[in-house]
Design a binder for this molecule. Structure first.
Ligand SMILES: Cc1ncc(COP(=O)(O)O)c(C=O)c1O
Length: 401
């Protein structure tokens, strides 16, 4: 098996779209155009000596698919070269990536500071899981830099945030928070799912680690789960490599193959979905049945200046609050014909979510209110349908809300 010519070290001179198609390709002796699928748990060795050398790390081949696999390696390499990271490890799901990146480097007695506006399962990891193992956590209003500063303690090892946030699309100042973290001797981990690697590069903004749920835009066609952690060689070697190998939340070779093919179309999909989300946001902004609309690409977004500074474009998601609370939101969701009710996002099919009864139902009503997740709030994930069809669908559904 050989690395394709385009995936050699010189790849850095190519633009992201080109890297998404070529980076990391490993060709077998058959010279296939599309990456082959290596659906194998393990590998055989020519000799016992070679097997011994591989286990000792002296021979660079593959050992066992819990450790590494050609498809998983190709996916990791393509992501590394897109993100501008030194190293990466793929995981079975986005939550496996988040849990590993947050938990693996820590020990009892350490402290974590995180923004309270985040995906419900990520908040569970920080708020409920870590303290059970003696790792204290402080949740802050991620928009308030003073709160980040005040929350730092001598034993703070990790700061964690997502931006834009799920589901209210707040945009947090990654550079400023990275500076606060570094001044306190901590690392910053950024969940970049909502921004996508196309619109935001947290490592260049000062973050130390980036995590993705590849289940979202990277697959982008609703087929499989996956996750990835990207950072420096040193972070992966010291904290992630052995943890993943020994605890086993590995990405399946089949999923890696699907995600690798997903990456080839990521840029064009995200661009089209972002244009559609912007069109939907503009069409609904003044709707009489909507009390609040939030879209990071609009001039009326509360952090519009920061969006311009740290993102290359808005988002594929729009949030809006239907007047009349849960009953009105449910009438709207149930009346939609094209956009389907689902808790996923970033898919080719437009999807709508009611966060207060799904992704954030675990939080108390007070905690949801604090985050702006009202009973009437709907998260819209733009797909690849024609924007006018989606806008007509939303107008018809809102008429029934
Ligand atoms: C921001 C964010 N992070 C992490 C995850 C977890 O990803 P997965 O479902 O692939 O475990 C999700 C969605 O589920 C998410 O929206």
């Amino acid at each position: 098996m050989s690395e394709s010519t385009a995936s050699a070290a010189s790849i850095a001179r190519y633009r992201p779209e080109t890297r998404l198609v070529h980076s990391g390709t490993l060709r077998s002796q058959f010279g296939e155009t599309s990456e082959a699928l290596f659906l194998t748990q393990g590998f055989v060795y020519d000799t016992a000596e070679q097997c011994e050398a591989r286990f000792k790390g002296e021979d660079p081949g593959f050992l066992y698919s819990r450790f590494s696999n050609p498809n998983v390696s190709m996916f990791e390499r393509r992501m590394i070269e897109l993100e501008g990271a030194e190293a990466a490890r793929a995981t079975a799901t986005g939550m496996a990536a988040v849990t590993t990146a947050v938990l693996a480097p820590l020990k009892a007695g350490d402290h974590v500071v995180a923004a309270k506006a985040m995906f419900g399962s990520c908040r569970y990891v920080v708020e409920d899981l870590l303290p059970r193992y003696g790792i204290q956590s402080t949740l802050v209003d991620g928009l308030d830099l003073e709160q980040w500063r005040k929350a730092m303690r001598p034993n703070t090892k990790t700061c964690f945030l997502e931006s834009p946030t799920n589901p209210t699309l707040d945009v947090l100042d990654i550079s400023a928070i990275a500076e606060i973290a570094h001044q306190g001797g901590a690392r910053l981990i950024v969940d970049n799912v909502f921004a996508t690697p196309i619109w935001q590069s947290p490592l260049t903004l000062g973050a130390d680690v980036v995590v993705y749920s590849a289940t979202k835009h990277i697959d982008g066609q609703g087929r499989c789960l996956g996750g990835i952690i990207l950072s420096s060689e040193a972070f992966i070697a010291e904290h992630i490599h052995t943890f993943l190998r020994q605890t086993g939340p590995s990405m399946s070779p089949f999923n890696a193959w699907v995600l690798l093919k997903g990456l080839e179309t990521l840029a064009i999909r995200v661009r089209a979905q972002t244009e559609t989300a912007a069109a939907v946001a503009d069409a609904l902004a003044q709707h009489p049945k909507i009390s609040r609309l939030i879209y990071p690409g609009r001039a009326d977004h509360p952090q519009a200046a920061l969006v311009k500074k740290q993102m290359r474009a808005g988002s594929t998601l729009v949030g809006f609050e239907v007047k009349g609370g849960k009953a009105a939101a449910f009438r709207c969701l149930n009346a939609l014909k094209l956009a389907r009710i689902s808790n996923n996002l970033g898919d080719a099919k437009s999807l709508v979510t009611h966060p207060s009864t799904t992704t954030h139902q675990r939080l108390t009503p007070e905690a949801r209110a604090e985050l702006g997740i009202s009973e009437g709030f709907i998260r819209f994930s733009a797909g690849l349908e024609h924007p006018d069809d989606l806008i007509e669908d939303l107008h018809e559904a809102l008429a029934k809300a």
